[in-house]
Design a protein around this ligand. Structure first.
Ligand code: ADP
Ligand code: ADP
Length: 225
């Protein structure tokens, strides 16, 4: 895992402050949840960390180094998007290979790592399928395999369970917890579901109107007298 610091991180669109002076620090290997209602700035914060959005001001540091000048593929950060954002015209294996191709990894290496990554999410038999030929839970696992294939020390998950039915969500929650323990990455998980936040997180940052209004362990936030 990697240590992450958000310093006075802000993003505005026209006259809307989507994210306003967020200051947070995460230890290497922590499972952190951004919890808050729709529109509170959680996704925008993740997108800035991943490099898909440019901050209006403030800084993002990974292991002490500012990353805000780095393009997406130079950041060692994996991301799973809300609706998985799989490329529909590519096979499952090609989707998983994509971040490796962006990073200029050698062909032989790519094949090997894609195989390993698909096996890790139990989809080794599905490499030749198109995303549309998979269930929601399977597509979610492809998105996870794609985010993990370059073994990033930081993994960002934007409501990855939101599109799943209740039973699958329970299963995936359990798998996420196991995955976190096995890979040791620093995970930032976005949800508006309090129960998900409580069961998964080492720490929770509560967002409201673009600001972090509370930050602490689940116990500290919810067992107050
Ligand atoms: P959350 O992830 O908590 O639902 P977002 O970060 O997606 O919140 O959005 C925060 C605020 O920024 C919302 O008011 C949203 O409408 C606005 N917003 C997000 N992206 C854009 C954009 N590309 N252009 C304009 N406003 C945006
Ligand atoms: P550009 O902005 O030049 O089109 P990007 O670097 O933003 O290229 O990446 C293009 C697409 O690839 C993005 O829309 C994103 O969905 C996908 N992508 C890039 N890196 C990742 C990643 N690490 N995990 C998942 N998808 C990624």
């Amino acid at each position: 895992g990697a240590h992450i610091e958000l310093q006075d991180l802000s993003k505005s669109y026209a006259n809307l402050n989507a994210v306003e002076k967020v200051n947070l620090s995460f230890d290497a290997g922590e499972f952190v949840t951004f919890l808050g209602p729709s529109g509170s700035g959680k996704s925008t914060t993740l997108m800035m960390i991943a490099g898909f959005q440019v901050p209006s001001s403030g800084d993002i540091k990974v292991n002490g180094n500012s990353i805000i000048q780095q393009p997406v593929h130079k950041r060692n950060i994996g991301m799973v998007f809300q609706n998985y954002a799989l490329f529909p015209h590519l096979s499952v294996a090609q989707n998983v290979a994509f971040p490796l191709e962006m990073r200029g990894v050698a062909r032989n290496d790519i094949a090997e790592r894609v195989k390993r990554s698909l096996a890790a999410v139990r989809l080794d038999k599905f490499g030749d399928r198109r995303p549309a030929q998979l269930s929601g839970g399977q597509q979610q696992r492809v998105a996870l395999a794609r985010a993990l294939v370059f073994e990033p020390p930081v993994l960002l998950l934007d409501e990855p369970l939101g599109a799943l039915d209740a039973k699958l969500r329970e299963e995936m929650k359990f798998e996420l917890k196991q995955l976190h323990q096995s890979i040791g990455a620093t995970i930032i998980f976005v949800t508006h579901d309090q129960e998900e936040a409580l069961t998964l997180s080492d720490r929770i940052a509560v967002f409201n109107h673009g600001k972090v209004v509370q930050y602490g362990t689940p116990e500290a936030l919810y067992n107050q007298p």
